[in-house]
Design a protein around this ligand. Sequence first.
Ligand code: NI
Length: 174
Amino acid sequence: MKRQLTYYPDPVLARRAEEIGEITPELRALADDMAETMYANEGIGLAAPQVGEGVRLVVIDISGPQIRDDLRVLVNPVITARSQETVESEEGCLSVRNYRASVERAAQVTVQARGLDGQDMTIEADDLLAICLQHEIDHLDGTLFIDHISRLKRSLYDKKVRKWAKQKEKALSA
Ligand code: NI
């Protein structure tokens, strides 16, 4: 089932998500829903807080949004190593409307996580996968890519967000 996305400044996006204990049928259903929601919105990654669930679950498919044959579901993912070398690239986020900005990230990361089968896995990532993993794991700690941009750019974006909220209010009351 496709879920409703949460949008900045929804507080669920700013909270630290909870560690997952047991892998239950409900958790599997949530992972299915998240993959469906990610694909429906043409994303390449989605974290549980983006569908309003404060748990440490991430789905990623960097073959998307076209090919969609490389789905990874990560339970409690942790970055255990990051390269000194960094890369800068333009990022966007399904929960941050109408905005993209350049963000600096580690060029390579090592991530440990559990799969839905309960098995531990280690991912050595570079390029787009490394960026995507850092972006999604940030979500689990209540951090958005706009938390990595300059204060000036951020305040300009926040101003726009407040304007859109006001316009919406007006439209609803009209
Ligand atoms: Ni995002």
